[in-house]
Design a protein around this ligand. Sequence first.
Ligand code: GLA
Length: 728
Amino acid sequence: MIYYNSQTKSFLLSGKNYSYGMYINRAGLLQHLYWGKKIGAADAAFLVAAHGLPASPNPDDYNKEIATDGMPSECGSFGRGDFRPATVVVRRKDGAAMSRFRYVSHKIVKGALHLQGMPCARKADETLILTLKDDFSDIELDLNYSVSEDSDVLVRSAVIRNAGKDAAEIAKAFSFCTELPDTRGTYSALRLAGSWARERTPVITPLAEGTLRIESARGYSSHQMNPFLAVLSEGCGEERGECYGFNLLYSGSFAITADVSQNKSIRVQGGINDYLFGWQLQGGDVFATPQAALCYSGEGLGGMSRAYHDFFREYIIDPKRVYMRRPIVINNWEATYFDFDNEKLFSIIDEAAKLGMDTFVLDDGWFGKRDGDASGLGDWFVNERKLKGGLKAVIGHCKEKGLKFGLWFEPEMVSEDSDLYRAHPDWAIGKAGAEPCRSRNQLVLDFTRKEVVDYIFETVSKILRENDISYVKWDKNRDITENYTASLPADRQGEFWHRYALGFYDLAERLTKAFPNVFFEGCAGGGGRFDGGALYYFPQIWTSDDTDGLERTKIQWGTSVCYPVSSMSCHVSACPNHQTGRTTPFATRGAVASLGATGYELDLTKLSEEEKMQVREQIENYKQIDELVLKGDLYRLADPFDGNYFCEMLVGKDKSKAYVVGERFRADPCDHDRVLKLRGLDEGKTYAIRELNVTASGAALMGAGLFCPRLPDCGSWVWHIEEVNKKG
Ligand code: GLA
């Protein structure tokens, strides 16, 4: 609901549990008023009266401009007295970059805004488009706000328009800016940091004067830093307190900053990484930023996560796929790596069929001259020397056994030892005369160039057209370096990063449209591109190359801070684990993997009879709970970063069913009194816990809780909770 009061020139935007207020102050500047617990339209006048006061004691200072340094703004400007980081900076023909954007007009439209060539929220109830104009140039700015009654996420973006004749250059184009007031408590910030095999570790630090900046300068969202920041009010915990989430629906190099100013208010903003960014805007040109998803929670981090999960499922992920029962996949990567032939694959497929799996996914190594990671990328033609009878033979075998077939691609990459590179060496990102940086022996294709994207679209399409393929794993195994394209002139190299991201989106859009029956799984050396932009095309993303039964609890926990469990591909792999060398019980690996889109990634022919029995049980179990994985609410009960336990719980929206998975990391003679208070149940309902043979009310299970079981190292437990039929 978007409410405009023409008398006070104020806007009050409200979603499910939050309101967001701003107004046009007497200087014509768009001033931020409020973001927090939902309030009524009747309070808009109060907000203006109480919070619309200028930061300066002298209201006239606004006209002298300098007072804006303390003004809570919806768009920070440069060079006119606001010394905090700016939101949008445009350099004009004469080189001047100062700006002051003032209100021109606004409109409220039904529905969402569609972004051409970029992922965006698929729907919204209403959108407010606020148009501002720079005092010193012909640059106009639209600030867009989309709200929905059933969501706690506010979607924001900006559009920059050159309404004049002279060319200008955008030096910074963030998607949003907002401010949190000084409440004399300490705010802290949560980021999801990591590395390969350790993606999305929550790191919380206090915010203090100065700027906290998180970013990726790797050409994609990255393992190292997710495009997400949460600001936590003092006292915010897992289920209590207020927090504010900032998620960029973007897969390219990004930045999010939180700047604590002299008056202790915090300006939070983010968007395309402005480091070396530049975008030429000719007269009449328009530039749209990626969207950002802002979320308010009055119910702690858990409440924020659940709001984001609903948002990604309902607003971002392809509606045809999001609640589709996910195939139980057997992937051959850790079973064979590059070393396979028909016989080896057939034996895995045979076993997968016997165990009740749905889809065989053939990973890296099936194409070109690809017997190791030094060659073949870019040659998307089946290697018939390795696979006798080509893909058709493998697919035929899958069909015979009742399995569907999936295939791995790494569309954005090229090996120097490949026919593609030999034919088009200039298609790889690099700078003539400079030795390119190599990573995993490969280079990145220049996706800023349309002919390169077109070629990859054609070759990948040919494989998908000519074969019965229901699943694609889209990988990406290195960072982008050189950051240069010969296809742009010297003064436009600042466009490189964003144009690469647009090239990726172009290919993803075209392939997912052309093959609507193919299920696309994203991947980037594990979970290096796990972001809201990628989720628009890929309903599921390979969470991490680390499948260790202990480490995975942390990676999945951290990922769930923002992203729904249904979007995480989670596989059971062999032990000793290939990444950590640790051995964990088979049951634990299965239990942890059941908190996501479950699958297997190991040589099934090497399983013992006991393990095979467990696989059958795990698949049986998964079929009982996959509805909760797809649609349920997640409650995080025991934090694996803080103590000896991991525990998460999924609860059905109607609260009739729940599923708990826990793990105890170390057997410890003195650690046996840990009580887990369940959450999310209906206090008034009676529930039975199958494994414990216990019946109790939701109130008792949440109030008194249950003891964690005593278990050996990395032992796990699973509880199925179901409402007891009242009549029964
Ligand atoms: C990446 C992926 C793995 C696997 C390999 C293949 O590392 O994360 O799952 O597909 O590439 O090269």
